[in-house]
Ligand binder design. Sequence first.
Ligand SMILES: [Zn+2]
Length: 135
Amino acid sequence: MAGKLVKSAGPRARRFVDESRPKVEKAIQDARPKVEKAVEVYRPKVEQAGREAVKYAQEHEEELKGLALKSARMRLGPLGMAIDALGIGAQPAPPAAVPRPCPSCRTTNAVDAKFCSKCGARLPGASEAKGNPPA
Ligand SMILES: [Zn+2]
């Protein structure tokens, strides 16, 4: 019955492991020289490539930083776009400084002017200023 089955499966599994162990060990032994030879052959190439990569990275530091930032943003997908939108990692754009024409007389006033210099009309977009237009 069940108990008997488990009892007989145990030694059988153990025997299987014991029997295959020499094969596995032989396979590892056979493979080791090949692996070591491959490491020996490739090590100088890998080291040379590493030195070249470091040299390239030093010569193109700013460029690579930009590329890394760009690819990081691409990997981030929508989050990267949100970061772009927030201007993180980039110089914040100065607020648009556009001279506003007077709504009444079309005179172009200074960017920070609150009232028209010619007719005294309140200019659109001007912050809520207290007081009267200059006389
Ligand atoms: Zn005006």
